[in-house]
Design a protein around this ligand. Structure first.
Ligand code: ZN
Length: 305
């Protein structure tokens, strides 16, 4: 089932974007994003349940912001949640232009709300690990891995930054659903202290962060990412530096899928040919279907190893 995603409410035509900012003369750096459209796009592609939309949407939002921190045009960031909860693993990939895509093991998972009456993302993810993989064109990708603290994702990323990169950070991620389970608001922020941050600045920021409510509440009150950062850094000399678009974008192609089919081996392809029926391969990120007729399989088997 496919349908256009912008037809519900007028304000939903607003584009998703990320803001980069600094405060306190560069002692603090920050990113804030509004990602409602890309999370809704993911929901439509994967037909996710509310708790799965929240989990995938939070990770996509983090991926979009972390992708925008990368420098190289071809750099690729992958975030993986591997927990023992009913949602299975959740994977997000982002490039440095903040194009993101993601997939989730069990998109249909249903859970009762948690003790706060919120979608139980932590319960869906369970215990396990968070892996951050940065492919920046070196021989080996840079891989950081931490144990999941709560499975709520923002806390886990805060812990990842502290332990794996030694960068004190505050991460907020949120997805708010409409009554019909479409995505109403989504967004987040990542605020980081530079090594030379002064105690007074750290204390002022920490105090302010205890006063900040949920990111989706702020977005739902109509605040933009710029306004959210200006509010958090009130009195700390905030500077908005850059605005970048972000979107859900899958870069799959028939060529890429052909290579995947070839990689399963000659014998397996021969078995498919013997079946005498076309095969259908679905992209795990965007649900696009690629059909290979028996004659196509004959071509692929010639090129397969
Ligand atoms: Zn795709």
């Amino acid at each position: 089932m496919k349908y256009t995603i912008y037809e519900r409410e007028n304000d939903m035509e607003d584009k998703d974007y990320i803001i980069r900012a600094t405060a306190a003369g560069g002692q603090i750096r920050a990113f804030a994003a509004t990602t409602r459209n890309l999370v809704e796009q993911a929901r439509v592609y994967h037909q996710t349940s509310p708790v799965a939309s929240a989990a995938l949407g939070r990770l996509l939002t983090a991926g979009a912001m972390m992708g925008s921190m990368m420098k190289g045009e071809k750099d690729v960031l992958t975030l993986q949640l591997k927990g023992d909860g009913p949602i299975g693993s959740v994977t997000v990939t982002a490039d440095s232009a903040s194009n993101v895509k993601g997939c989730v093991g069990n998109p249909l998972v249903m859970l009762s709300p948690n003790s706060e009456g919120k979608l139980d993302v932590g319960g869906a993810v369970g215990k396990g690990i968070l892996r951050v993989i940065r492919d920046i064109g070196m021989k080996e990708p840079y891989i950081g891995e931490v144990k999941l603290i709560s499975g709520e994702i923002a806390e886990d990323l805060t812990y990842y930054y502290a332990v794996s990169e030694q960068v004190p950070s505050s991460v907020a991620l949120g997805v708010l659903m409409n009554k019909d389970n479409t995505v109403r608001r989504a967004g987040g922020f990542i605020i980081q202290l530079m090594p030379f941050a002064e105690e007074a600045v750290i204390a002022q920021l920490e105090k302010k962060l205890t006063e900040v409510t949920r990111i989706t509440t702020l977005l739902d009150e109509g605040m933009t990412p710029e306004e959210i950062l200006l509010y958090i850094f009130d009195g700390m000399n905030p500077e908005i530096l850059e605005k970048t678009d972000t979107a859900y974008k899958c870069d799959c192609s028939r060529d890429r899928v052909e290579r995947a089919v070839m990689s399963i081996g000659k014998k397996e392809i021969a078995d498919m040919i013997d079946e005498g029926k076309p095969i259908e391969v679905n992209c795990q990120f965007c649900d696009k279907k690629y059909v290979f007729e028996v004659k196509d399989l004959h071509e692929l088997i010639k090129k397969a190893r």
